[in-house]
Design a protein. Structure first.
Lengths: 271, 275
């Protein structure tokens, strides 16, 4: 049989899916063991027991000075910033995307501008944001918004333009005004794409969040990682990285689940 | 009623001339089939009637009023694909027109108005034979059922003119024969003028009262750009089909003809002697 026709069974598929994770873990454990055998004080690849200790210290033991549970305090600070910026980006992107996608006049006005804006490297603007908006929350949220909104606007505008012309004609023959067509035909078919779009922008959003926190902050997951970097606390860094990854994966799944449960007709498509 | 008068219409895209010197009068209640080879401008002509495009030259009037270059609720349409909304159920699709035309700013109907609209929509769904599928999404319907839905969605608006752009082209022959029966019934029972683009001659002769053929008189490669298609044939079906009148035809082919005193769907043209 040809390789392209060989399909794994469910169990085999599951095993294959887990395999890379196990391989990475084993490789890490071997590397760590080898380094610790050479030097028990090695900080670069700490052993698994050290991780358990780090998790316990960060998540369950209150800090002696502030009484905070660092992991949860950092998580809530970071998710707050992430949530605020994703919310702002969503509203702007949806509005602009629909206007640019539906109305030739808005397209003529804004499409070239957005195309240029989306090429500005957001991290290069970070100093400007810090200077103009100070070191507080605003500049961090703005960085993420500036980082992800232009791409979302373009993506949604493309999605709106991709709607078959026949549908818009049909809606007009049913007596729809621009406003009604926007609300009843375009919006419901664009919202599922918004979820997918948000999902794809989660990665960049986390990138900008951690960059902003690393430079100026007093809490947050990115702040902690860059703080403990000074003490070579690889145990804390790895724990935080794994935690951020887990959060991102969960957000991914949640967005997919939300999309399919709100818009059942998008099931089985990438919207 | 709904007389469509097309006078000396040209359609050009840049240097490319697609249609030239198109003049035709389509009488109320007629069923006109537009046939012709691919790329000869049949669908372009339909888009002109739809108002999706404006003719480069010439005028089109509906009931004496010039056609605005914008689709409107007086002209229903069914395309070969993408005619129904994938995000709405069968009932939602048929209801949409009633909801949109119920008010210019509101996007939904409530209370008694909504109940009336739902009743009308259900009746229309039953008329096209889709009862029982009200809560399905179009993706769950077969191609034939989707086109039935598209017909219901267009007809619930009671348009004066129904424009069909190869609506049954993608269906298999059995389903197509069924939907032809439905189409005939709907045409007989609704106050409707139908203009249909089709590739299928059999379909044209099965359904229409009049068949218009589009053709490019000059079709050499170097002439293609500069010469558009025009109307090469105007065939009246014999014996004439009269909307709402008894059929002179056996189900699928012409039976023995009897003179009904009319030569074509256009009553202004006197009968040909001896016919």
């Amino acid at each position: 049989m040809r390789w392209i026709n060989l399909k794994p069974s469910r169990t085999t598929g599951l095993i294959l899916a887990i395999l890379p994770f196990v391989v990475v873990l084993i490789a890490y454990a071997m590397g760590s063991a080898a380094r610790l055998a050479d030097n028990p004080g090695d900080k670069l690849l700490p052993g698994l027991a050290t991780f358990a200790d780090a998790i316990n210290r960060m998540a369950f033991v209150p800090d002696q000075r502030t009484g905070e549970l660092f992991l949860w305090a950092d998580t809530s600070a970071s998710l707050g910033r992430l949530g605020a910026s994703l919310g702002i980006a969503t509203v702007i992107a949806l509005l602009t995307g629909m206007l640019v996608g539906m109305f030739p006049y808005f397209r003529a006005l804004l499409a070239p501008f957005i195309a240029v804006i989306s090429m500005v490297p957001p991290l290069a603007l970070l100093p400007v944001l810090f200077i103009v908006m100070g070191l507080g929350e605003t500049s961090k949220i703005m960085l993420i918004v500036i980082g992800i909104t232009p791409i979302m606007m373009r993506d949604l505008a493309f999605k709106v333009r991709d709607l078959p012309h026949e549908q818009l004609v049909k809606a007009q023959t049913l007596g729809g005004s621009s406003w009604q067509i926007a609300m009843r035909v375009v919006l419901p078919q664009t919202l599922p794409r918004l979820f997918t779009c948000l999902k794809l922008q989660l990665g960049p959003a986390w990138l900008f969040l951690i960059a902003a926190e690393a430079i100026s902050s007093d809490s947050g997951l990115g702040y902690r990682i860059f703080l403990v970097r000074r003490y070579l606390s690889m145990d804390v860094i790895f724990t935080y990285v794994a935690w951020i990854t887990l959060l991102a994966v969960l957000m991914n799944l949640a967005l997919d689940w939300l999309r399919v449960s709100i818009f059942p007709w998008t099931k089985g498509s990438a919207a | 009623m709904s007389r469509i008068v097309v006078s000396d219409v040209w359609q050009e895209y840049g240097d490319q001339i697609v249609l030239e010197r198109i003049s035709i009068t389509i009488e109320p209640r007629s069923f006109v089939a537009l046939v012709g080879p691919s790329g000869c401008g049949k669908s372009t002509f339909l888009r002109l009637l739809l108002g999706d495009e404006a003719p480069t030259r010439g005028t089109i009037t509906l009931d004496g009023a010039p056609l605005v270059a914008e689709p409107g609720p007086d002209r229903g349409v069914v395309f070969q694909r993408y005619s129904v909304f994938p995000h709405l159920t069968v009932l939602g699709n048929v209801l949409l027109g009633l909801e949109l035309s119920g008010s210019r700013t509101r996007i939904r109907l409530f209370g008694a108005a909504r109940r009336t609209a739902i009743d009308a929509a259900r009746a229309m769904i039953a008329a096209v034979g889709l009862s029982g599928s009200e809560d399905k999404y179009p993706a769950q319907l077969s191609g034939g059922m989707q086109q039935r839905l598209a017909l219901a969605q267009a007809l619930v608006m009671k348009p004066k003119v129904l424009l069909l752009d190869e609506p049954f082209g993608a269906l298999d022959p059995g389903i197509r024969a069924e939907i032809h029966e439905l189409m005939k019934t709907l045409w007989h029972e609704t106050a409707l003028t139908v203009v249909m683009v089709t590739h299928d001659m059999r379909e044209a002769f099965t359904l229409a009262t009049r068949i218009i053929a589009f053709e490019r008189p000059r079709n050499r490669p170097e002439e293609r750009e500069r010469y558009g298609a025009n109307l090469s044939q105007d065939i009246a079906i014999w014996p004439p089909r009269i909307a709402g009148g008894p059929s002179q035809f056996s189900p699928d082919r012409d039976g023995p003809a009897t003179d009904l005193g009319q030569y074509r769907d256009d009553p202004t043209i006197p009968p040909v002697s001896g016919a």
